[in-house]
Design a binder for this molecule. Structure first.
Ligand SMILES: [Zn+2]
Length: 281
């Protein structure tokens, strides 16, 4: 058993959420033969997540946490906004919203999120990427650095990109349609060339299926903070890659009065997820 799962109860101060801690024993600790580690409250390497990817895919776009509260749990991450209004990226403690037209703006106080994943980013490994490398090869290059594939890893790529293909989506109105339908009909794709910026995101193992995105999920923001989005393709020409292994997942779930309670989680949404995460060829 490589995972310790701890479930804690909702605090009275938090009207939005019930809190579930999924505390993962690090692979490194297992290799060292260490005994089971008791869950702690949000250690520096904890990945904090609001709601689940399957709830988002099912159309749970109501905000369940004020965006500003994400600062309590991390300074680095990705997600989306209420009504699925654009892509969210958090970098160096600032949270940006990438609107459907690809323009970025700093988050405003009333903003809230239905789904987000953040961490306190303290990279323990950094290396410089090979010159001129496309995203598929870049992901393989990064993955080859990992001790194994059963790790939760935050990834940051800073550099200059010869090409960058990103997308965002416009805000939705109720009744909300499933996210794969929204993406299929309404996503706006943006092509940029010779652009400097930062890719922010995560590599997650297959066991997060239904909860988050197995594999890589990356967003981009330009250095001038004017554009970005969900990353589809890029060619990195020079840059630095940093990553951090996380040993704990903190998962907050929407309360019982939200649409979350009506989602059929027995449905396998893997196919829908691929349509949302990847560019249709
Ligand atoms: Zn995304």
């Amino acid at each position: 058993m490589s995972r310790l799962i701890h479930i804690s109860t909702m605090t009275r101060k938090d009207p939005f959420m019930k809190k579930v801690n999924l505390c993962l024993l690090s692979a490194v600790m297992l290799l060292m033969g260490s005994c089971i580690q008791k869950p702690k409250s949000s250690p520096p390497s904890a990945l904090f997540q609001i709601s689940t990817i399957d709830a988002l895919l099912a159309g749970c776009y109501d905000g369940v946490m004020p965006i500003r509260d994400l600062h309590r749990y991390g300074n680095f991450g990705i997600g989306t906004y209420e009504k699925a209004d654009g892509e969210m990226i958090m970098l160096n403690d600032t949270i940006y919203q990438i609107k459907a037209d690809g323009t970025a703006r700093t988050s405003q106080l009333p903003d809230s999120t239905p789904f987000a994943t953040v961490i306190r980013f303290h990279p323990d490994t950094a290396f410089t990427g090979d010159p001129r490398i496309a995203l598929d090869s870049l992901r393989q290059l990064i993955t080859r650095q990992f001790p194994n594939l059963n790790l939760v890893v935050a990834v940051k790529i800073s550099g200059r990109f010869e090409r960058m293909k990103t997308r965002s989506v416009p805000p939705q109105e109720k009744p909300y349609r499933p996210l794969n339908e929204v993406v299929a009909t309404q996503q706006k794709i943006r092509d940029s060339s010779d652009i400097s910026g930062t890719v922010v995101g995560f590599y997650l193992p297959a066991f997060v299926k239904g909860i988050n995105v197995p594999g890589y999920h990356l967003h981009f923001i330009s250095d001038d903070r004017k554009t970005g989005g969900h990353l589809f393709e890029c060619i990195l020409v020079e840059g630095t890659i940093e990553w951090q292994i996380c040993h704990q997942l903190d998962l907050m779930l929407p309360n019982e009065k939200s649409a979350f309670g009506l989602v059929d989680f027995t449905k396998d949404r893997s196919g829908d997820l691929q349509k949302v995460i990847k560019l249709k060829k």
